[in-house]
Design a protein around this ligand. Sequence first.
Ligand SMILES: [Zn+2]
Length: 246
Amino acid sequence: MEALHVEETLRILYRLQQVDLELDELSEGEGDLPTEVEALRQKIETLSASIAAEEEKLHALRESRAGSTQAIQDLRERVRMLNERLRTVRNNKEYEATTNEIATAEVDLQTMERSMTTFNTQEANYIRDIESLTRQREECTREMEEKSDTLSAIHDTNADEVSELRAAREALQAQLNGDLLKRYSHIRSAYNDAVVKVRKGACSGCYRALPPQTLVEMRRLEQIFTCENCGRLLVDEEIAASMTAV
Ligand SMILES: [Zn+2]
């Protein structure tokens, strides 16, 4: 790289860093709101899934109950018919057989009727659960809407500034090569300040002294250096000072 090219690249890189720091500051104004909105959205999703599952159970229960209701009617009808038959039996053997059948049907009937009580208790439980889950979902939805509104208001307030900064960012990015941008983004995933000044022979990101050889080579503006300790991109203090004025 030519000296002029390196200096220009550093200047663009440093300016990009400043734009990104301004964007960071604007998104800091949103505080925890984006995280909170997302957490509420997930909670609402979970609650909806639980409600659907309970409704499914309630539906299945009501179907079983309808089946049992029919079975009870059939058994009652059977008991009635058997009692009628009892009046027309011709001998003791038939009488005994019919009485036994009635007894069996009545036992079945009692079992069925008891299961109806269980069905009704279970139904009340499902309905209560569904109501409680629905209330929770309503509360979460209200809370999420409030927070989303606040977030939107912040976005609206910053919209112009953010779009100006993003446009500036794109213009700057377009002037840098892809590898350097990748390095910059990678460093920024670890530190907000990916590009730092060299101050009194030290990296102003991690404060470690730089090897004298590096300092000498940096002044030649033949290549871009990174701090050996923290990996941040380094800009000579004098160059940085001239860039801040841009
Ligand atoms: Zn460093």
